[in-house]
Design a protein around this ligand. Structure first.
Ligand SMILES: Nc1ncnc2c1ncn2[C@@H]1O[C@H](COP(=O)(O)OP(=O)(O)O)[C@@H](O)[C@H]1O
Ligand SMILES: [Mg+2]
Length: 271
């Protein structure tokens, strides 16, 4: 029997470290025969630990497909996904935030976080302290006893983010998490996710169709072509990740230039 050790393609030390992500010639199809749809790829990306990778592209280009493959919810039709040098395990290698918060409505805010800590096998006596720290980190201090239906949509999405951060997974994945929120709430959550990701050092992969959101958040921005999504542009961002006021950053010429560049690339890639 062949050892899986030798199944990996070209070694990539950075991408194989904890929190590193390797997407090696990944393509994905849905269905079979005449009904088969090639949704993605081939895509080849090495992501260094701690990066904030944004995948941006038009609706239907395969962004969610790629995120699901990274989470390990599905296996690619071709190629391999490696997280820290091994295949991803759902619920273990990644914390995931979706467009809808998908919380347990009959539990309190704190109860939702406790459940995540329990699944992450955090000992019971350590959970209250961890829960308080995580809620503070996402701007929800003092809300542990509130019921889910008592808090706003933006706050519910903060709980979903806290839940994804509760388990200290190497990857933090977000699929259009702010698409259903109003513009102001969306900006505040963008500010916080940008900061939380940089502070936690966790490798983040964020899916969006918004060039503005991509330019604001990413330390690296990958624009995908229309279906089947391939890499049209792979752009490192020079914007500072920490020690900068978010509103100032949004007004800076550097950000506006990047936003325009990404916007043009998204439009060209969708054509
Ligand atoms: N489970 C599925 N079965 C069949 N086709 C699918 C499935 N999921 C996605 N697709 C198709 O794959 C393509 C990419 O979908 P998706 O990854 O959701 O794109 P995006 O997130 O960029 O909007 C779309 O054409 C979509 O209809
Ligand atoms: Mg999607």
């Amino acid at each position: 029997m062949r050892s899986t050790r030798w199944d990996c393609p070209v070694p990539s030390p950075e991408a194989d470290r904890r929190g590193g992500l390797r997407i090696a010639n990944v393509a994905h199809r849905y269905g079979s025969g005449a009904d088969a749809v090639t949704a993605l790829g081939p895509v080849d990306l090495d992501v260094e630990p701690g990066a904030f990778l944004v995948l941006v592209g038009a609706s239907g280009c395969g962004k969610s497909t790629l995120l699901r493959l990274i989470a390990g919810f599905e296996s690619p039709s071709e190629g391999q996904v490696h997280v820290g040098g091994a295949a991803p395990t759902p619920g273990v290698t990644s914390g995931v935030v979706f467009q809808q918060p998908r919380l347990f409505p009959w539990r309190s805010v704190g109860g939702n976080i406790d459940l995540a800590l329990k699944y992450a096998k955090v000992p019971r006596d350590l959970r209250p302290e961890r829960r308080a720290a995580i809620l503070e980190r996402v701007g929800l201090e003092g809300t542990a006893s509130r019921k889910i239906w008592e808090i706003s949509g933006g706050q519910q999405q903060r709980v979903a983010i806290a839940r994804a951060l509760a388990a200290e997974t190497p990857l933090f994945l977000l699929d259009e998490p702010f698409a259903a929120l109003d513009a102001l709430t969306r900006e505040r959550l963008q500010d916080d996710v940008r900061q939380v990701s940089a502070e936690s050092g966790r490798t983040t992969v964020f899916v969006t169709h918004s060039a503005e959101e991509a330019a604001f958040l990413g330390s690296r921005i990958v624009v995908l072509t229309r279906r089947p999504g391939k890499v049209a542009l792979d752009l490192p961002s020079e914007l500072p990740r920490t020690g900068v006021d978010a509103d100032e950053l949004r007004r800076s010429p550097e950000f506006l230039k990047l936003r325009n560049e990404v916007g043009e690339a998204v439009r060209a890639a969708a054509a």
